[in-house]
Each structure stands twice: as structure tokens, then as C-alpha cells.
Design a protein around this ligand. Structure first.
Ligand SMILES: [Zn+2]
Length: 183
């Protein structure tokens, strides 16, 4: 049985190794530094994707960086951050909106490029305040009412999520109520 929530934007699926130690500069041997014991691991980078909802509509934004297409707001989880804080931070930075989190609705693996594989945690949210303003990585915001309005989407994971959202196919795993609103 093969059940996978795996999306790939690239045909190159093997990880790319450093040639030199990023700490001390010595040549790596089998991904390991003989001088300082650094070892390169090939792990996905965890990210959050934020489904911002209002009256059944979904918010998407035009990306400032390549690929300059439409995407669901979100981003990488910082080292000192809980992933639910990332949801509030990324949504506020990119859209100016304040959110109440409704639940976790999906976790997927996404191979974005030969250098980046992400683990995408998707959280469904309602708007509770703020001033709608595209900023940070987004240059434009757009509310869509159906999957048909989602054209020119940058990532396969986002395309899948938008389709599942309008099909009412996303389950909701509840979030600890202490983290629903940003403090
Ligand atoms: Zn080293």
C-alpha cells in the first residue's frame, strides 16, 4: 500500500551534499567533517501554510520572489518559534490580518527544488482584525470564491489545498485553545 502526501516541483529527488564543512571549511567525507565532527543531515524544513478564510472565501497572494505566481500565505518556522506562532507572524507580515486559528487541516511533504524539501503544516484560520495589506513576500492579495478562480498557482501543495478547501475535503484537528489567538 502506498499512501503519500508527497508533492514534487522538481525531477531531482536526491539530496545535494555540501562539499566543504560549513563550520570549519575542511572537505567533507561522506557528509561528515573529519576536523570538527559536523555531520550534514538531509531533513525537510518545516513550514506553515495559512488558509485565511472569510465568508467562505480564501485569501491568496502574489509572490514577490520567484516563482512570481499566486500562493497561500505562509513561510518557514523560525528556530525559536512554535509553529502556531509562525502562523500568526507570517499571516500578519504578509497580509496585515489578525487571525483566530480554527484547526490543523493538513500536513504534507513538498519537494520544492533540489535544495529544498519542506514539511507543510496547514492551518485553517478566520480573520478577526487587522488592516488588509500585502507586504513582506507578497505584492498583491486576492480573495477567491472557488477553485476555478485559483489560476497561476506557484506550488502544487497550494493548488491541492485550494481544491480540497472548496471541496470541503479538509478535516480539522483541533488546536489547544491557549494558542488560537495571538497574545
Ligand atoms: Zn568542520
Amino acid at each position: 500500500m502506498k499512501i503519500k502526501q508527497f508533492f514534487s516541483q522538481t525531477s531531482h529527488l536526491a539530496p545535494i551534499s555540501f562539499k566543504y564543512c560549513p563550520h570549519c571549511g575542511k572537505p567533507l567525507q561522506h557528509q561528515k567533517c573529519p576536523a570538527c565532527d559536523y555531520k550534514q543531515y538531509f531533513n525537510p524544513a518545516p513550514t506553515v501554510t495559512v488558509l485565511v478564510c472569510k465568508d467562505g472565501k480564501l485569501l491568496i497572494g502574489k509572490r514577490k520572489n520567484e516563482p512570481q505566481k499566486w500562493a497561500i500565505p505562509g513561510g518557514f518556522i523560525s528556530y525559536d518559534e512554535c509553529f502556531l506562532e509562525t502562523v500568526h507572524r507570517e499571516a500578519f507580515e504578509e497580509t496585515g490580518l489578525q487571525l483566530a486559528l480554527r484547526g490543523i487541516c493538513n500536513v504534507m511533504t513538498s519537494h520544492v527544488s533540489p535544495l529544498v524539501q519542506t514539511l507543510v503544516i496547514t492551518v485553517l484560520c478566520d480573520v478577526i482584525g487587522g488592516q488588509e495589506t500585502p507586504s513582506d513576500d507578497l505584492t498583491e492579495l486576492k480573495w477567491i470564491r472557488s477553485y476555478d478562480e485559483a489560476t497561476d498557482i506557484a506550488f502544487k501543495t497550494d493548488d491541492y489545498l485550494i481544491c480540497a478547501y472548496f471541496d470541503n475535503k479538509l478535516p480539522l484537528f483541533p488546536i489547544d485553545e491557549r494558542f488560537i489567538r495571538h497574545r
